[in-house]
Design a protein around this ligand. Structure first.
Ligand SMILES: [Zn+2]
Ligand SMILES: [Zn+2]
Length: 252
């Protein structure tokens, strides 16, 4: 109850700040959410890739700053895992998630939770109020993580710190997240999405503008085809299979 009251107070402050034009609280509109690792423009794993990954992975260097995506309240912060190195097994900390932060948001009248996993260091505590200018921790490889990256997950219509997969969404589907300049997935990453017709056209016109190519839905059928196209060694950036586009973003 106390916690809820605190959150309501925080929301009131946010609304008032919007009314009075405080810079930190931009008026609502597209792309209010920040890409959480500004120093990296690389996605190394898609949402729901072939290993059923309910997040996106942002490949980055050990120690790079991780920002909260949006104004909110920290509802979980765990920084005890000292196993910050690359490994093909889980150290067991936080069920393999390693050091993590969960932030609760209200955006356009909807509840969201953003989650940041495998952190090296955690700089915030439960109850802290953060904005997109708050460094909440640093990129690491704690928990079950084979390389330095941020595992970034977003839940919609949900307010808890516990995992509930039916509430997980693809952050790239949400038009409010601003993708970094030059955003690309790394060379070995295939993203399996079915696209809306108009997005398909935009993408065909300029495949490098991944920002405009937002996913509409995903099919496991696509994953099977992903293996097909890998094995047949297609060197295309985009392959079309019926209604599905298998996108491999350009390697730089
Ligand atoms: Zn650990
Ligand atoms: Zn991940």
């Amino acid at each position: 109850m106390l916690k809820n009251m605190k959150f309501v107070t925080v929301l009131l402050i946010a609304i008032m700040s919007m009314m009075f034009g405080t810079e930190a609280f931009a008026a609502s509109g597209n792309q209010d959410w920040k890409w959480p690792v500004p120093d990296s423009d690389k996605m190394s794993s898609c949402y729901l890739d072939c290993r059923n990954h309910y997040a996106i992975d942002i490949q980055a260097n050990n120690g790079m700053e991780v920002y909260a995506s949006y104004f909110g309240e920290v509802i979980a912060a765990n920084g005890y895992c000292g196993h910050n190195y690359c490994k093909y097994y889980s150290c067991g900390c936080e069920g393999g998630l390693g050091n993590n932060v969960y932030v609760r948001h209200i955006y356009n009248g909807q509840s969201y939770v953003s989650r940041y996993g495998h952190l090296a260091e955690v700089y915030v505590s439960v109850g802290d109020i953060v904005t997109e200018d708050t460094v909440i921790g640093t990129v690491g490889s704690t928990g079950y993580s084979t390389g330095f990256h941020l595992d970034y997950r977003v839940y919609k219509g949900y307010t808890e710190a516990e995992d509930r997969r039916e509430n997980v969404i693809d952050p790239l589907m949400e038009q409010f997240i601003e993708l970094p300049e030059g955003f690309h997935a790394n060379a070995t990453t295939w993203c399996c999405y079915a696209y809306e017709e108009d997005v398909k056209e935009q993408y065909a016109a300029n495949p490098k503008v991944v920002q405009t190519a937002r996913a509409a839905s995903f099919s496991s059928e696509c994953c099977e085809k992903y293996y097909l196209c890998e094995s047949s060694n297609l060197k295309m950036d985009v392959a079309v299979f019926g209604d599905f586009w298998v996108r491999r973003a350009l390697a730089h």
